[in-house]
Design a protein around this ligand. Structure first.
Ligand code: SF4
Length: 337
């Protein structure tokens, strides 16, 4: 690989999202990634929705809350974030002295995109007496406009920590918000955003699957739509779903969330059967197209060349950090972390 090629590829990152250079196909990427971790004192943090190979090289695999905690406390010099852009941003917000790299800058999120900052600011200004609770799946700009951040694991406790008469805006996920209204009995004002992956499940196909597998339990993420959640046997964050399958007695599960989590479910319960809930299209399972932009090759390249890197204006970082700190504080007080 020539130096000129690398320099050209670096200048193209803004356009293509990653370092677009060829890798020797005989290279043992697993070995090389381990070598780079040691050489550069780097840690690989991977979300449960990453492809199995990436999960297998990660030092830590988790959902948004776990990943944020790991990013906050790591002493590594470089955080290699195998997830989507807003998650890598969160790592940078929490641990600004570390270099944070992401395999593909275009690994975005339909949910984060559904809340443009200028529209959200105008919405918030119309409701000045409301506290803004935002799900962590949002951009740094939206975090900076929020009072408290939450994840699906701690959202209920965070809402319940506020006085009963406190008016609340919940953003950006309307499905998670609607589910939380049911759980807490709080009448929150919801921003109209959604995750394309969790909204696309086919109720009809899932019903047919349940008839074919009457012994299987349906477990679902609260980002799914209400009709699906109504027929679910268990609803929880990605980590809660994983724990449930480890502790529950059933032998098989229909899993209504991104399919990447099935890798950890199958690894920790090899004798159980996990069936991905089918989406309303011709596919049999439901992958997040953003999460799956990251590959082992891109992961290796971002570690080797330390690009693409997450950089952030310091005033934005500080404004976005405040509501995350509030989340971590409330989660600690509630014994969640
Ligand atoms: S699964 Fe949904 S919420 Fe998660 S990164 Fe993909 S689009 Fe965003």
């Amino acid at each position: 690989m020539s130096v000129i090629n690398i320099e050209n590829a670096k200048t193209n990152i803004g356009q293509v999202g990653f370092l677009d250079v060829e890798i020797d196909p005989t290279m043992d990427l697993f070995h090389e990634i381990e070598r780079l971790k040691k050489e550069k004192n780097a840690i690989v943090l991977a979300h449960y929705y990453q492809e199995p190979d990436i999960q297998d090289v990660a030092d830590y695999i988790g959902d948004s809350l776990g990943l944020a905690q790991q990013a906050e406390k790591t002493t590594a010099d470089m955080i290699v974030f195998a997830g989507v852009h807003f998650m890598a941003e969160t790592a940078k917000i929490l641990n600004p002295t570390k270099k944070v790299v992401l395999p593909d800058l275009k690994a975005g999120c339909s949910l984060a995109d559904s809340a443009p900052a200028d529209l959200f600011r105008a919405f918030k200004e119309k409701h000045p007496d409301h506290v803004v609770i935002s799900y962590i799946n949002c951009t740094a700009d939206i975090k900076a406009l929020s009072d408290i951040i939450c994840t699906s694991s701690n959202a209920q406790k965070i809402i319940e920590s506020l006085p009963a008469d406190q008016k609340i805006i919940f953003a950006p996920d309307k499905n998670l918000g609607a589910w939380l209204i049911k759980q807490t009995g709080r009448d929150m004002l919801l921003w109209n955003g959604a995750c394309m992956v969790h909204e696309i499940f086919s109720l009809e196909k899932i019903t047919r699957l349940k008839i074919r597998h009457p012994e299987a339990k349906l477990i679902a993420h609260p980002e799914c739509e209400d009709p699906l959640l109504r027929i679910a046997d268990f609803i929880g964050s990605t980590t809660q779903l994983l724990k449930y399958t480890q502790q529950d007695d059933a032998r098989s599960y229909i899993v209504a969330t991104e399919t990447g989590i099935l890798h950890q479910m199958q690894k920790s319960s090899p004798d159980k059967t996990f069936i991905p809930a089918p989406p309303d299209n011709s596919c049999a399972c439901n992958d997040c197209p953003y999460m799956k932009l990251n590959t082992l090759e891109k992961l290796y390249l971002c570690m080797e060349y330390e690009v693409p890197e997450i950089l952030m204006d310091e005033s934005l970082r500080l404004a976005a950090k405040k509501p995350i700190d509030r989340m971590l504080e409330i989660s600690r007080a509630a014994g969640l972390i």
